[in-house]
Write a protein that binds this ligand. Structure first.
Ligand code: S3P
Length: 170
């Protein structure tokens, strides 16, 4: 089995759905944010605060480069992984790219109590979510071959939709 690449904004369920997918399909789960956090021995927030966003984006590209040979992995990517064209190329080469999406209100609701999203650590996180989504949504949609809107779906249902799609697409 090829890999499965999950893209999408923060709070759409990439981690939860990705873990379920991996379990269901007997694949290995990998989260690019976790790889970076473990390797750096610090949080993503700390990397953004001390080294800046560009340094983090460089780390994301490095992780993808190292994954070129992996097989049978479900790979959850950070929400901004799609921002660099070279990342997009590498993700597509790894396997089918699936977009998880959610409406801005749902994203805000899911993330409002969490403090680990540096891009949303602003006075008006709701406005910021809308702003970033407006910019990124066309990019996410262009890259992905299948989209699941998780706003009103359980992680299990989202997982089943992806499995259904992949079986049909074979
Ligand atoms: C980011 C999303 C985060 C993390 C970082 C930046 C983004 O990952 O990579 O905070 O630019 O959307 P999740 O999408 O897993 O929350």
């Amino acid at each position: 089995m090829n890999n499965i690449i999950l893209i999408g904004f923060m709070g759409v369920g990439k981690t939860e759905v990705g873990k379920l997918l991996a379990k269901e399909l007997k694949m290995t789960y990998l989260d690019t944010d976790s790889v970076i956090g473990t390797r750096q021995g610090r949080s993503i927030g700390d990397i953004f605060a001390k080294d800046g966003e560009q340094a983090f984006r460089e780390m994301e590209t490095n992780v993808l480069e190292e994954l070129k040979e992996v097989k049978n992995h479900v790979i959850s990517t950070g929400g901004g992984m799609i921002l660099r064209p070279e990342n997009v190329k590498m993700m597509k080469a790894l396997g089918p790219v699936i977009l998880l999406s959610a409406d801005p209100g749902t994203v805000h609701e899911r993330l409002k109590s969490l403090k680990d999203r540096p891009l949303l650590d602003v006075p008006d996180p709701r406005g910021r979510i809308k702003e970033i989504l407006d910019f990124r949504m066309p990019i996410y949609k262009k890259i992905a071959e299948f989209e699941v809107d998780t706003s009103r779906l359980s992680p299990n249902d989202a997982c089943n939709r992806i499995i259904g799609y992949l079986r049909k697409a074979k």
